[in-house]
Design a protein around this ligand. Sequence first.
Ligand code: NAD
Length: 499
Amino acid sequence: MQELTHYINGEHVKGTSGRFSDVFNPATGEVQAKCPLASKEEMDKAVAVAAAAQPAWAATNPQRRARVLMKLVSLLNRDMDKLAEALSREHGKTLPDAAGDVQRGLEVVEYCVAAPQMLKGEFTDSAGPGIDMYSMRQALGVTAGITPFNFPAMIPMWMFAPAIACGNAFILKPSERAPSVPLMLAELFEEAGLPKGILQVVNGDKEAVDAILYDDTIQSVGFVGSTPIAEYIYGTGCAQGKRVQCFGGAKNHMIIMPDADLDQAADALVGAGYGAAGERCMAISVAVPVGEETADKLIEKLIPRVEALKVGPYTAGTDVDYGPVVTAAAKSNIEALVQTGIDQGAKLVVDGRDFSLQGYEEGFFVGAHLFDNVTPDMDIYKKEIFGPVLSTVRAQTYEEAIGLAMDHEYGNGTAIYTRDGDTARDFANRINIGMVGINVPIPVPLAYHTFGGWKKSAFGDLNQHGPDAFKFYTRTKTITARWPSGIKEGGEFSIPVME
Ligand code: NAD
């Protein structure tokens, strides 16, 4: 049994708390490693190392810092297959999907190579007589991030790449369910030339998270995970005076208008609903066809596609559409929610309950489920299922369909399928959701735009990556300077105004 470590001050360090959690291979159900759960003392050590290392890194000119990121990009490409394999082994997603997880993180590292440009300040020449005014963006100091299991490469990179490009030290507390890739990323960053102590990985659970939240040295906390934990971290972190951004759960609706290409919409729904076993915060979990005829035709097209989905272990390569869910607990939670759907009157038109894979009976596989006639009062509509379950809610009109998405408490992503530009434009303008796809099922913005939901899907005012990340990981200092005379003319006693 492998015992995983923390990564502190450039070294793999064994856990000393005596507490561990099991890391599974979700395809076989076997425990493949033990993940150490850090105590407050272990977190304090990492913070002290980070605080000692950070000033020299912040004083390193931004171009040199960017070169370390450039090197990291080439190392990530070199080790892509190794990273993807380690990721699939702990998470369960297919190898191509795992490589995509690494790639979407790598793209943010590429974007952050622009740090010298992004960190340029502003300057006003002669803001007053002999007075110049300028602003600079300075690193915060020691920063931290807490990440979920479902993107073990991408989300840590979304946080630590901009944080470190800006001159901060970063402490990553990854998901205890998928900790290996974050450890590999920290090693790779040091191989690229990052000084020790600038990126550290401290594994753990609530105890480690609370140690971050109540630490006086840590200046900012980034979180991605479920909404109840996002609310806890946002509330506690803000009350401790930290800069906090938290991204939570989702229930993403796709609206299918009567004029949409229904084959295209059905293909999109199958990929966006069942890819990664539905364990994506941008997965489509609700299909909203507009009009009975659209709904009937869509369901007819969806059934054979959902029934044909290939479910299996990542070791089967490209012959698999999606793999197991992450833990036995996740599987039971999904199965319990499916049962509530049946009990509350939804029509299960594809029933994946009896799914079993020969040779992998102990794996956490969940068959694909498709519900029709779901209504907003049902638990399967209200709650995030985070599994291979797509719910269809029939709407009679466009207004009813947009109203459903707008009234839902989550607001991460949404999509509309239509051939009508006017409808699409109206939808994009009115919808109260952060990321919108027009004939695009999973509208995850690229690295140079920003990622973030609205409503209960995000807390804080800045998004992840893109220009917002450079704002989140720096603070502005504004200097008003007068050289060399002016004061010698005598004191000023009233507030300076522009006449
Ligand atoms: P989770 O909330 O269970 O865990 C996320 C992190 O919080 C982990 O590092 C975990 O160790 C920590 N944590 C768990 N319980 C805690 C507690 N009581 N106190 C303090 N910390 C705690 O989420 P998950 O299951 O790993 O990830 C799935 C969730 O993440 C889904 O809800 C999904 O929608 C969401 N997600 C959101 C986004 C987004 O950008 N909005 C992206 C990916 C995933």
